[in-house]
Design a protein around this ligand. Structure first.
Ligand SMILES: [Zn+2]
Length: 91
């Protein structure tokens, strides 16, 4: 059975995983001769790495926290919360 996120603040059903430490690579298409600045990128060609920093409501930004008030940053703590088994305990 599928279970949807339901934000306790705004009742929205979209939860987003926010990641930090992501490495991206972008192709540089051209530079401006006079300004000596990059004028155009071609878009991302690579994305790698990344560590989950928090889970938050897409609509209002409410963050899933454990009993210690710390942002939950792993699926092991998140999933029982989403299944309605109470607040994440934390370490
Ligand atoms: Zn919300």
């Amino acid at each position: 059975m599928e279970v949807r996120f339901r934000c306790p603040m705004c009742r929205d059903d979209k939860l987003e995983e926010v990641m930090g430490e992501v490495t991206t690579a972008t192709v540089i298409k051209s530079v401006d001769r006079e300004d000596e600045e990059i004028t155009e990128y071609l878009g991302s060609t690579y994305e790698g790495g990344g560590v989950v920093s928090r889970y938050q409501c897409t609509n209002c930004g409410w963050t899933v926290k454990n009993e210690h008030g710390e942002a939950v940053d792993n699926p092991t703590d998140l999933i029982p919360f989403l299944l309605g088994k109470g607040w994440p305990k934390g370490k």
